[in-house]
Design a protein around this ligand. Structure first.
Ligand SMILES: Nc1ncnc2c1ncn2[C@@H]1O[C@H](COP(=O)(O)OP(=O)(O)O)[C@@H](O)[C@H]1O
Ligand SMILES: [Mg+2]
Length: 395
């Protein structure tokens, strides 16, 4: 699990260090830096996946002071997970320090990993300048002494990253074997979700917090339908191949009072169901060690559904995954507080960050939740709109 992410001269962040938990909520006004936090993590993962980010050398290499392969590697700004532009877009405009350098670092348990890249205004591969010595918090190496390379676990852990802009209802979805089945990746827009479900509907969801009490079975297809049923009672989902085409189809059925309805196309059942499906599948397939990044899981859901999404994310975190999500929803915030109060997740397991940005920098306030779900502070602007509006209506 990533316990801490530190951003140096990265977009809106001059020098910010954020503790992260099993379930982290990033909140704040528009353009306050929430997505940039997810992008920083995705940028590291993307750079590793493309082979552009050096794997940590072994202890022996550190001791000899020789860092192989540093040249021509670094942060790949544009790729499958994020498209950030060039160095000019990413370097914090009012950069800290004498030199224009961008740094990201993560702490995982006792291990610290950090990368610093050179600024190049034109390029989208920012060359690596330096890698932090992977000291443990005790100051020792505590690293394998053999020739093997070491890297943070989130580089290789099961990973999902769902952008705010996701799949909408459509007649068919791509059938990409490599993404959905080989890599188990739903796509940043969730575009591989339907094909993933088609292939994996019969997989078991392990016993534990992700199990929906009213699901017909412990299989992924039934579990997903049950969680979706909290948004729209009686719904079931099916993903099928389309004969002769490299595409898959999604359909919905409903338990009507006169028995099950005919299958219905996504375009005929409302936007929210399809829009949330990738979120539901990402959470249900999260396992201990998985990393799930979600932007606005509440989008297009009614308030009760938003609370349920928070419960589902809390369940994924309680199952051992790390979930980091950006949200504008007080129902999601309150859903997580309720999950804490109900003992579904520990108070330490839920981390809240409230970002206040003014276009030039970011201030972060981090309310803490107690076992009753109460927050120790309520900064101005942090989901206080209801109260503000009611005050004006009543006053
Ligand atoms: N290179 C940069 N230097 C300074 N600020 C930047 C830079 N790039 C983007 N920003 C700022 O970052 C903010 C966008 O952050 P983002 O994470 O997309 O916001 P949101 O909170 O809506 O997800 C905007 O305020 C923008 O002005
Ligand atoms: Mg955003």
């Amino acid at each position: 699990m990533i316990d801490r992410l530190t951003l140096h001269n990265f977009k809106a962040f001059r020098d910010t260090s954020l503790p992260l938990g099993p379930l982290t909520l990033l909140t704040g006004l528009n353009s306050s830096g929430k997505s940039s936090v997810l992008q920083a993590i995705a940028l590291l993962r993307q750079s590793y996946e493309t082979g552009d980010l050096v794997v940590y050398p072994s202890l022996r290499t550190w001791q000899t002071g020789h860092l192989p392969g540093l040249a021509n590697r670094g942060f790949l700004l544009n790729g499958e997970l994020v498209g950030l532009g060039t160095g000019e877009d990413v370097l914090h405009e009012d950069f800290a320090g004498d030199e224009a350098r961008i740094g990201l670092s993560v702490d995982e348990g006792p291990y610290h990993y950090g990368w610093t890249v050179e600024y190049d205004p034109e390029q989208n591969l920012l060359p690596l300048l330096d890698v932090d010595v992977p000291l443990t918090s005790e100051g020792g190496y505590d690293r394998p002494a053999g020739p093997e390379a070491v890297s943070p676990s989130f580089f290789t852990a099961p990973f999902q990253y769902l952008h705010a802009d996701r799949i909408s209802p459509a007649e068919f979805y791509p059938r990409d074997h490599h993404a959905a089945i080989g890599r188990r990746f739903l796509g940043v827009r969730g575009e591989h979700t339907v094909n993933f479900l088609r292939h994996h509907a019969g997989d078991k969801v392990p016993e534990g917090p992700l199990h929906h009490p009213r699901a017909a079975s412990d299989l992924l297809g039934d579990q997903a339908a049950a969680w979706m049923g909290d948004l729209c009672p009686g719904v079931d989902i099916r993903a099928d191949t389309i004969e002769g085409a490299d595409a898959v189809r999604l359909s919905y059925g409903f338990q009507g009072t006169l028995g099950p309805t005919r299958r219905r196309r996504p375009t005929n059942v409302g936007f929210g169901l399809t829009y949330v499906l990738p979120i539901v599948v990402a959470c249900l397939t999260a396992r201990p060690g998985s990393l799930v990044l979600l932007e606005n899981p509440e989008a297009h859901l009614h308030p009760q559904g938003q609370t349920q999404m928070a419960m589902l994310a809390a369940a994924a975190a309680a199952q051992g995954a790390q979930v980091i999500m950006e949200t504008h929803s007080d129902h999601v915030i309150n859903g997580v507080r309720l999950a804490v109060k109900q003992g579904r997740i520990t108070p330490d397991g839920a981390v809240f960050h409230y970002f206040r940005g003014d276009g030039t920098g970011v201030e972060v306030v981090s309310p803490r939740v107690d076992a009753d779900g109460m927050l120790d502070q309520w900064p101005t602007g942090f989901f206080d709109e209801l109260e503000n509006t009611l005050d004006q209506l009543i006053g």
